[in-house]
Design a protein around this ligand. Sequence first.
Ligand code: PEP
Length: 248
Amino acid sequence: MRKPIIAGNWKMNKTISETLELIEALKAPKFDEGVEVVLAVPFTSLSEAKKALEGTGIKLAAQNMHWEEQGAFTGEISPLMLKEIGVDYCIIGHSERRQYFNESDERVNKKVKSALKHKIRPIVCVGETLEEREGGQAEKIVKEQVLKALEGIDKGDIEEIVIAYEPIWAIGTGKTASSDDANNMCRLIREVIGNKYDDTTKEKIRIQYGGSVKPSNIKELMEKEEIDGALVGGASLVAEDFIKIVNY
Ligand code: PEP
């Protein structure tokens, strides 16, 4: 049985004091214990967020990391730095990083390997653009992204990884993939993993959907067999909405 995982990606939003306010609002209600809840806050808020989340069961994620442990990489954050804070997860290869910061499949793969080495669980994002979908390329692109991200990764590590299928045209646009389309792509991803590893492994990996997830569409998405959770951008910044999403 795969435990559902719902993660809020705050992107470049919230100062430290705003982070603490939002966490306080999220702490008040009871989250459904059957769901793993993760908050991906900005680097600057990670330490304070870690303290504020103590005892809540809510996990902490970074939104990016470098693959090297240290060195001359001005402005970057290493896995050792994240580990010392106590970060549980790291989003890797989000489409905004692929689009605006030249994040290639090769770098995504290096980051996944490094995260696993340091016991930080990667949330690996994949997804096609609107042009690729309209050109009938969506499945090919997603398959390639998954295979490249997992190159050289052992079967035993697959359970540690979460894959987030996020069609780029659905991120921050208000357009959601239909629950059937999202489910089909998650199934394809699971099949790709089954072919690369085996059937047991493909049943273990958790696959999220992301792209304009809201309180009004989460239930339908989560009812689908292949969708194990959601990566939530905009709606994770509004406590009331994120609570409704987690308690779908
Ligand atoms: C995201 O940032 O991963 C995302 C899916 O954003 P939104 O929910 O705002 O579309």
